[in-house]
Design a protein around this ligand. Structure first.
Ligand code: GLC
Length: 576
């Protein structure tokens, strides 16, 4: 029996962590890109750190915490929208794209934040929300004022004398109706999201030029990348043909990647991306691998990355099948094995907490399962996107009543169920598991009042477990989720096999264990992840050629004669 003691593990992990400064030198230069080697940390500004006691996070708060972000080892930050907004959808309804939301601070704060990040070697990715604007944006105020206003064609209008337009489904509307009648000009306008988020008309070249100018404004300030919000919906068939009855149950084929979307992206690339060293990533990857490839194929000059929802949509309130999850991630990997690059994520501001959805947030298993999930995200091929708080293993908040929710999608969704005479109790149960507000609670900094997030009343309550799950406590504990996360980030940053290495799924039918190898040249590593609360043996020929342990979320790994005995939610990476 081979026993790896805690000390040996630590030393071996440190060796891996130390690496060589030029560890990536053998990777062909043409294959390398900073955004492929990046570890992206997503900050939801409303919930990260409040510097002025108004209960809302702000830019000065993020500035205060830059050393913390640096300590994680991450190399880039994606900030959710920070532009002026009436906050119908927490900043995803922009009323001025060249200004900072007053809740968050000023442009001077922004400049200081960007400078502070760059001084620490951290890049900044901005969210660009241009499928729609706020209805309070001056463009829309103009557009709705009269039919012959020069801004009329910035949005989609349907004159009421032509009758009601063909049904379009809205994701956030209480009636699910994306057409809103506006009496000022006796016409309907289109909003795929809330009534206060009218869709911009991308078929209008003036709109496109406005957007490119806005992006250049931020790129000229020195930002390092853009995340295009809901962009796969931007292009539309403006004749608004009828869609089949019930299409809203699976609306993606009707909404995503329509019309001239690809040519708009090429135009954007030509106007913006090609002039700066910026990365670009789209939310949504279309309806097929072909769509996803077309978005990111370097020869097409559109985007660097897209992120697909298939993986993140798997977890459901009554559980999920690991075999399915493995199949999805493996399918995406193999489709991108030769060309293109993936985004790896299982949580963000539109999802509930990582450990509560994909792991096990009950006290005995929260810590090992959170570490296991972070090991997964940081050992896959593709750029990992890590959501704030997941590095601590923050959990869902356990809201019980609709009055506790702040998210427009939860609140309007509840109203819709009520209007339709549906089961509101079931709805609340689903929300407790999957609501976006679960993933938006304040960052848990310490065990003081309001988790050190604010000196006031936080805009969303802090989960009660902040007393033990917080940065201050986890920094002190060598075995914390936080310290495991940091170790894992270092391992990735110093070992190209974890970034560029070929991925090979092992034991695909095993219902509880996710096992794979990553191989780059002569280097091969084995990743073993127990997704269950059971002690489980696993036999693999690879286990006979272990050279060292790179990381382990338990003090020991018990390997004997090609069989490992994995503990609940154990995650271990062996160098073979
Ligand atoms: C994207 C954002 C989400 C927002 C929606 C409308 O899906 O990630 O938070 O509500 O677009 O902008």
């Amino acid at each position: 029996m081979t026993k790896f003691t805690a000390l040996t593990l630590l030393l071996l992990a440190m060796l891996g962590c130390t690496g060589k400064p030029d560890a990536f030198k053998d990777v062909p230069a043409g294959e390398r890109a900073w955004w492929k080697e990046a570890v992206i940390y997503q900050v939801y500004p409303r919930s990260f750190k409040d510097s002025n006691g108004d209960g809302v996070g702000d830019l000065k708060g993020i500035i205060e915490k830059l050393d913390y972000i640096k300590s994680l080892g991450v190399t880039a930050v994606w900030l959710n929208p920070i532009y002026s907004s009436p906050n119908d959808d927490n900043g995803y309804d922009v009323s001025d794209y060249r200004n900072i939301m007053s809740d968050f601070g000023t442009m001077a704060d922004f400049d200081q934040l960007l400078q502070g990040m760059h001084q620490r070697g951290i890049k900044l990715i901005m969210d660009v929300v241009v499928n729609h604007s706020s209805d309070e944006h001056p463009w829309f105020v103009q557009s709705r004022s009269s039919r012959d206003n020069p801004y009329r064609d910035y949005y989609h209008w349907w004159p009421a004398e032509k009758g009601k337009p063909n049904y379009r489904y809205s994701l956030f509307d209480v009636n699910g109706d994306a057409w809103k009648y506006d009496s000022t000009t006796n016409a309907y306008y289109l909003h795929y999201f809330s009534q206060k988020q009218p869709d911009l008309n991308w078929e209008n070249p003036k709109v496109r030029q406005e957007v490119y100018d806005i992006m250049k404004f931020w790129a000229d300030k020195g930002v390092d990348g853009f995340r295009l919000d809901a962009f796969q919906f931007a292009a539309k068939d403006t004749t608004f043909p009828e869609f089949p009855v019930g299409y809203e149950k699976n609306f993606m084929p009707y909404y995503a990647m329509q019309g001239n979307l690809h040519s708009y992206l090429k135009e954007m690339n030509d106007a913006v991306f090609s002039h700066y060293d910026v990365m670009s990533v789209a939310e949504g990857a279309g309806n097929s691998f072909q769509d996803a490839h077309d978005l990111v194929d370097a020869d097409r000059h559109e985007l660097n990355m897209a992120y697909a929802f298939e993986g993140v949509d798997i977890a459901k309130p009554d559980g999920y099948s690991l075999v399915h999850l493995k199949a999805v991630f493996s399918r995406w990997d193999s489709a991108f094995a030769e060309k293109g690059w993936l985004s790896i994520f299982l949580s963000n501001h539109d999802q509930a907490r990582l450990v509560s959805r994909y792991g096990n947030d009950s006290p005995p298993f929260r810590s090992p399962s959170a570490k296991m999930l972070n090991t997964f995200l940081l050992s896959m091929r593709g750029t990992p996107y890590c959501y704030y708080g997941d590095e601590l293993g923050m959990t869902n908040s356990g809201f019980k009543s609709i009055s506790q929710y702040k998210d427009i999608s939860a609140i309007n969704g509840y109203q819709k169920v009520l209007n339709e005479g549906g089961d509101t109790l079931q709805y609340l149960k689903n929300m407790a598991f999957g609501s976006r507000d679960n993933g938006r609670t304040p960052m848990q900094w310490d065990a003081k009042t309001q988790a050190g997030f604010t000196s006031g009343i936080p805009w969303l309550p802090v989960p009660a477990n902040y007393v033990s799950i917080n940065v201050a406590a986890e920094e002190q504990d060598p075995a914390s989720v936080l310290n495991h996360f940091k170790k894992m980030v270092q391992l990735r940053k110093t070992n190209p096999v974890l970034v560029y290495g070929q991925y090979q799924l092992l034991a695909p039918e095993n219902p509880d264990i996710y096992a794979y190898t990553r191989t780059l040249g002569a280097q091969k590593v084995l990743v073993l992840l127990n997704f269950s609360a059971k002690n489980l043996p696993l036999e693999l020929p690879e286990l006979k050629s272990i050279k060292e342990t790179w990381i382990n979320n338990y003090p020991e790994a018990s390997v004997s004669d090609g069989t490992i005995s994995l503990q609940p939610y154990q995650a271990v990476i062996f160098n073979l």
